[in-house]
Structures are given as structure tokens and as C-alpha cells.
Design a protein around this ligand. Sequence first.
Ligand SMILES: [Fe+2]
Ligand SMILES: [Fe+2]
Length: 278
Amino acid sequence: MGFWTLDDIRWDKFDPAKVDPDLLKVAKAASLVERNARDYATYLCSVFSDDPEVLRTLDQWAEEEVQHGMALGRWAQMADPTFDFDAAFAIFAAEIKLPIHATVSVRGSRTGEWVARCVVETGTSSMYSALAQAADEPVLKQICQSIAADEFRHYKLFYTHLRRYLKREKVGLWARLRVAFGRAAESEDDELAFAYYAANHRHEGLPYDRQTYVERYARRTFRHYRYSHVERGLAMIFKAVGLKPHGWLNRAVASVAHRFIRSRVRRFEAREIKAAAA
Ligand SMILES: [Fe+2]
Ligand SMILES: [Fe+2]
């Protein structure tokens, strides 16, 4: 059993007048990625097939991630009854293929796998915290708050596995930093961009272009990131790679990262407005 179910969401509080069309687009895209989590669980189960402690925790983790997708998808359908959640998911799942048959981690070591998983849970916990603060619509707010709490718990779970593996494998700071950077950069791969396209634009018959949809998704999401979200997220990543999470280095990097995020949001916004006017 998870910590909440779809029945705990106060769907009766839904207020269509408070739906933000940009947050609706983000919620639709996120619903597809979250709903696809069983493929990640399959991959992790085969990489850690000899570790009962990991296997014991993966089922519930995947169930919670899928529930994130189902909650967001249901909300998106309330906000936009033309949104065909099942059809969009089918298109997304057919396009985005994960290495589910891999028997060794694509991160080079098992420790590296947990670093990458910690980076993902850091990203999702920051994103849903930011969206929960930004959302005016009460049901979306409740969903994002519930999801954010799960994502922080997922980070803790994977960090526990990371610490266990660090005792067996010698994976130093630089190797862990490389994995963390690599996984963070992958957020601009096809997965999120294609989810954004499949959920929001495919039915319009527009062609898919990765960079365009990376930017459209990113600007609608990252505009809600406050300095506190960036600082906390970086502290979590620092901890996963073996750096002191709360110190001058974290604050310095967070302030540069926050400025960088804001300038990218402005640049992406300007580009989208220009493209729409052309
Ligand atoms: Fe999730
Ligand atoms: Fe998660």
C-alpha cells in the first residue's frame, strides 16, 4: 500500500476557472512519463536481480510512480476533456524504449545507478514542490504536494541503497559527479520532450522536434523554480555524490544555477513567442 491513493484526492474541489493552461501542458507531459515507471522497475529488477533488499522495495516504488501518472492524467482530463490520456500514453510508450533487458547498470556501476536514481528523484521532488507552490487550482495543488512528498521519500530510499553499495564498491567523488552530470543532462533527451509533444501537440499533426519541445516543457516548468528549490535540490545531489550538502559551495553553485535557469526560461520564452509570430 502506498502513502495515499487516488481516493484521497479531493476531486470535488476541482475549479476549472483556476486552471493555468501552461501548468496543464506540463501536467499532461509528466503524466505520461510517470505512468511509464514500470519499465524502469523492470530495468532495475534485472540489474539488481540478486539483491532481495532492492527487489523488495521496487514494486511499491513503481506503483507509486504509476499512481503519480494516473493522478496527473485524471486531473488533466478534468481540466481538458479532449485530452485522450490512454492514446497519448500509448504513443509515448511505443516511442520511448528503456534498456529493460540490461543486466548491468548503464551507469557503469551499481553505485552509479543509485546516484542516477537520486538525481532523478531530486529532479522530480524539486519540480513537484515548485508546481505545488505555483498551482492555484486546488486539486492540482494537492496532487503535486502528495507527489512531492513521495519523491522526497524515493530519494531517501535510493540514497539508502547508494550507501549500502558504496561500502562494497569504491566509486569516488569524480565518478559519482560524472554520473550525476550525465543523468541531469539526460533530462534534455527525448523522454520529456517527446512526452510534452505526444501529450500536447501530436494530435495537431505537427512534426516532432526535440529541441523545440525541450524548450517548451522547460520554460513552463522552470519558471516556477525559486532559489530555495534550487538550493535544496543541489544539496540532495551534493549528498549523493559525497559533497557537503549545506555549505558555501552549495550556496555558490545554487545562486549561479538559479540565475542560469532564469535566463534560459527567458530565452526559451522569447524563442517560442517569436516562432508563434512567424
Ligand atoms: Fe513520480
Ligand atoms: Fe519518484
